[in-house]
Design a protein around this ligand. Structure first.
Ligand SMILES: *Cc1c(COP(=O)(O)O)cnc(C)c1O
Length: 394
């Protein structure tokens, strides 16, 4: 049977028609507790009244002009991003992969503009995920995502996650930048220890390389700080790619940079038809205001501590099947023991009306809306308990 869609996904049978807060609903009315939120996207939950109102109001005024004309919402949102971060300049995109592309171009262009055009190599770590464009799959280095798409792009070096010696050897006078996720999402919900981020910052400074963070998944309040690297104190990047959570469900991403890097991205160096479009800006501003509202991130820290502790108990109770609890804030994973399969656990959970995801390294991934309450965490953990109980080796 010919199908109209490219079969790049394998979705389950559920079809969701409506969302509200932390729940999704099928047409039949069946309710599901959403502990994956479109993979760390719907941080404010579904149909957040302020986001809905902002989108509706903008939809009635103006949808699109392209970047031929100024979009006032861009300046407003960029000022907010810069106010609360290392950044001085922002480029808006529609997705994470585009934010990564802009970050890579910005890094290379910095060295080019400073008379070092041969300094173009990008160092990444195993388990990385940076998106599905050509640049992003070559940066990510996952052989599964590269296979069948022609020769590897020149200029990317990958070292083993956590191998400090290899890192020191890989960052040379040809290295434009080191690109890492402070907390790996797709690769198995793996955190880079804060002390290592600080060490990485020092190494980059020592060698004259730039530091790029991919906070597409771990940013936007997900770990309990606005940006995940804020936990590490003095480890600010030169460039940062964000997306997913910053749009709360509306396609939005951004590349943030210091003045030193961003100033070279002048007319003709980069562009996007849709990036920073008025609809995205209307929603992005509301999402940002909510994330930075007094007490919002405190709630994320509190509820994530609670959830993690509860998950710890469930992991202990099923220690024959669960190796460990991983992650940071509300980006959490259960690493399953060999013989047990994360996707099967996600299916069992779904059968019990709990939605979770699967990540690399046989990890069941959770990234609930940041607005969950204790009752939701309890319900999720009870369901996981049952799902783990039903999980058979395969
Ligand atoms: C999802 C993701 C991307 C890619 O984002 P898209 O919006 O799917 O292009 C890049 N980096 C990380 C860390 C991600 O989790």
């Amino acid at each position: 049977m010919p199908k109209p869609l490219m079969e790049t996904y394998a979705p389950p049978e559920q079809i969701f028609e409506r969302g509200e807060g932390v729940f999704l609903y099928e047409r039949s009315g069946e309710e599901y507790l959403d502990f994956i939120s479109g993979i760390a996207v719907n941080g404010l939950g579904h149909a957040h009244p302020k986001a809905v109102a902002a989108l509706k109001a903008q939809a009635e005024k103006l949808w699109h002009t392209s970047n031929m004309f100024r979009v006032p919402g861009q300046i407003e949102l960029a000022e907010k991003y810069c106010r609360d971060s290392f950044a001085d300049r922002v480029f808006f995109t529609n997705s994470g992969a585009e934010a990564i592309e802009c970050a890579l171009k910005t890094a290379r262009h910095y060295h080019y503009a400073n008379g070092q055009p041969d300094r173009y190599r990008i160092v990444t770590v195993t388990g990385a995920f940076h998106g599905r464009t050509y640049g992003a799959i070559n940066a990510g280095g996952n052989p599964k995502y590269l296979e069948g798409f022609g020769p590897r792009m020149e200029g990317f070096d990958q070292i083993e996650f956590g191998d400090h010696d290899a890192l020191r050897a890989a960052v040379t006078d040809q290295t434009a930048a080191v690109l890492v996720e402070p907390v790996q999402g797709e690769g198995g919900v793996r955190e880079i220890p804060e002390v290592c981020l600080r060490g990485l910052r020092e190494l980059c400074d020592e060698r004259g390389a730039l530091l790029i963070y991919d906070e597409v998944q771990c940013g936007a309040g997900r770990t309990g700080k606005l940006w995940a690297h804020h936990w590490a104190g003095d480890a600010a990047p030169d460039i940062m790619a964000v997306a997913k959570g910053v749009g709360g469900g509306f396609p939005l991403g951004a590349c943030l940079a210091t003045d030193a890097c961003g100033e070279h991205m002048v007319v003709g160096t980069h562009g996007s038809t849709f990036g920073g479009n008025p609809l995205a800006m209307a929603v992005g501003n509301v999402v940002y205001d909510e994330l930075t509202r007094e007490g919002f991130l405190d709630h994320v820290v509190e509820i994530s501590n609670f959830l993690r502790q509860q998950l710890g108990s469930v992991a202990d109770a099923h220690s024959d099947k669960v190796e460990e609890v991983r992650g940071k804030g509300l980006l959490l994973g259960l690493k399953l023991r060999e013989g047990y399969v994360n996707k099967t656990l996600a299916k069992h959970a779904r059968d019990h009306h709990l939605l979770i995801g699967a990540a690399g390294d046989n990890v069941a991934r959770m990234a609930p809306p940041l607005i969950i309450e204790e009752a939701h965490a309890r319900r999720a953990v009870e369901t996981l308990d049952a799902a783990l109980g039903a999980l058979q080796p395969e």
